[in-house]
Design a protein around this ligand. Structure first.
Ligand code: UN1
Length: 506
């Protein structure tokens, strides 16, 4: 309702900076090189960040290695309770977190609220899942006279490397999962969004996560490389580009010693297939939301729309009409649909892509944007799926028409691209969508709806192939990958084995 939204907006607008972010090692801020953090909305200074260099990142790893054993020995119930207290603290800090999501990441109020809620959901969900998984060893069947149990243990120090497009939800979700599984964490937020990360980290500490178990290193690739190269590293959780995941994988492979897990959630060339039975108005709604919401800066966003040629003309006209109505501007204005893109580099990449499409593709929509970091929604028509070779991270939709007998070929082309994140299907023929869903490896398939905004616990999120390693964030299997599994087998019939003095340790 309007009044509530207006009240919320007023509360968020009342928050004032400046804010500061700094490396936090063992609960203490560390000094170093400092720079200004500017808002993508208007370039206004929001505060400062002290960035960690390689040496400081290495010190954070040392500190985490030191803090690991106490945290690993903390009962799972206590770890879960810390995350739940953190969820409450995130709720209480609503106005400031929303303010930072808007000012630092350029989000609309809708998007900021959705992300803030998602962060809270991650904290509560992993606490609940963790209670089930980590509370006590599980008894397993075995031969008579033998007791078998299986227990999950933290691995050690996890590096958590998170992106700017969900600087609160993914940042906090990675940390919560790694902590719940009994790991110590060194978190490196994206260089574009250190302020909201710093705020979240302080809330986590305030909720009882020990200073020794969670450390913050704002910084760039140099700090990231120091984390990945550090001898204490036990695992990496990463969300970002496919290229960076590959570089991390390579660096992990070069290390001496243990083989370490990488949990990566990366990019996609996400497609939606629309056949002639789809409802045009619903398609238009769902395409506009999937392609243009958050200015297309979601890894789940729709990039490639495949429309059956019989209905393509009308469908494109409806879409163009709907997209033309989108408002671009300051995301703190409630009437705004699309805020800015994250930085000058992102804008330059998008502008270059738009220029290339202007030459190579048929242009259906090319709006103009206000000055600054704004990119207007664009709709281009290309000849085939293969014409789009890379993930384009912004409000740019590509359309391909396919003939009624061309569905198999389209499926084959999507598979050949190698990404497997989100997939949308609009069809009222069940046989069609079951066939498409079965033929493609995508992690999140959405039928007759939009394809963004996966809900924690309901639509666990993550892809396959070039899109990530799995398991899926916000799903029941995610925490296990952060842990090691160990069995204990005891011969109960051997002398001394059956006297009942034996207690199995968790
Ligand atoms: C990302 O954009 O990095 O479903 C992943 C969604 C979000 C995507 C998060 N969970 O839209």
């Amino acid at each position: 309702d309007r009044a509530a939204v207006e009240a919320l907006r007023t509360g968020v607008a009342r928050v004032t900076g400046p804010f500061a972010a700094a490396p936090i090692l063992d609960g203490r801020e560390v000094e170093g090189r400092t720079r200004t953090v500017a808002s993508p909305i208007d370039g206004a200074s929001l505060g400062t960040v002290t960035e960690a260099d390689a040496a400081m990142a290495a010190r954070a790893m040392d500190a985490a290695a030191h803090g690991f054993s106490d945290w690993a020995a903390t009962p799972a119930e206590t770890r879960a309770a810390c995350l739940e207290r953190a969820a409450n603290a995130f709720e209480a800090d609503r106005d400031t977190l929303l303010h930072l999501l808007q000012a630092e990441a350029g989000k609309t109020l809708d998007d900021a609220i959705a992300e803030w809620r998602e962060a809270i959901d991650f904290l509560r969900y992993y606490a609940a899942e963790g209670r089930k998984l980590f509370a006590a060893p599980v008894a397993l069947p075995g031969p008579a006279g033998e007791a078998n149990t299986l227990a999950l243990h933290g691995r050690g120090v996890f590096a958590a490397i998170s992106p700017w497009n969900f600087p609160l939800a993914i940042f906090s979700g990675q940390i919560a999962a790694a902590l719940m599984a009994g790991n110590a964490v060194v978190a490196k937020p994206a260089p574009q969004t250190p302020l909201v990360a710093d705020r979240a980290l302080r809330l986590l500490h305030g909720a009882g996560i020990p200073a020794g178990a969670l450390h913050l290193v704002p910084g760039g690739p140099e700090a990231g490389a120091a984390l990945i190269g550090h001898p204490a590293l036990a695992g990496v959780v990463f969300t970002g580009s496919t290229a960076t995941a590959r570089a991390i994988n390579r660096a992990l492979a070069e290390r001496d010693g243990a083989i370490l897990p990488l949990i990566a959630e990366t990019g996609g060339i996400n497609a939606m297939i629309v056949d002639a039975t789809a409802l045009p108005e619903q398609v238009a709604d769902d395409v506009v939301a999937s392609a243009f919401r958050s200015a297309g800066q979601r890894c789940s966003a729709l990039r490639l729309l495949l429309v059956q040629e019989d209905v393509a003309e009308g469908m494109i006209a409806t879409l163009v009409g709907a997209a033309r109505g989108l408002r671009l501007g300051d995301p703190r204005d409630l009437a705004t649909d699309l805020g800015p893109v994250i930085d000058g580099q992102a804008k330059a990449r998008l502008d270059a892509h738009i220029a290339r499409m202007g030459r190579e593709a048929r242009t259906h929509l090319a709006g103009t944007a206000p000055s600054g970091l704004f990119v207007a929604p664009h709709i281009f028509e290309i000849g085939s799926v293969a014409d789009l070779r890379e993930e384009v991270f912004g409000p740019i939709l590509h359309i391909v028409r396919y003939p009624v007998d061309g569905l198999e070929r389209v499926i084959e082309e999507i598979r050949a691209a190698g990404y497997g994140l989100t997939l949308g299907i609009h069809s009222r023929i069940e046989r069609t969508w079951t066939r498409i869903a079965a033929a493609l490896p995508h992690g999140n398939v959405y039928v007759n709806r939009n394809m963004i905004g996966a809900v924690v616990g309901s639509q666990p999120f993550g892809g396959t192939g070039l899109s990530g390693t799995g398991p899926k964030a916000g799903g029941p299997h995610y925490l296990t990958r952060f842990a090691t599994e160990r069995t204990l087998t005891v011969n109960m019939s051997a002398a001394g084995g059956s006297v009942g003095l034996l207690t199995l340790e968790g």
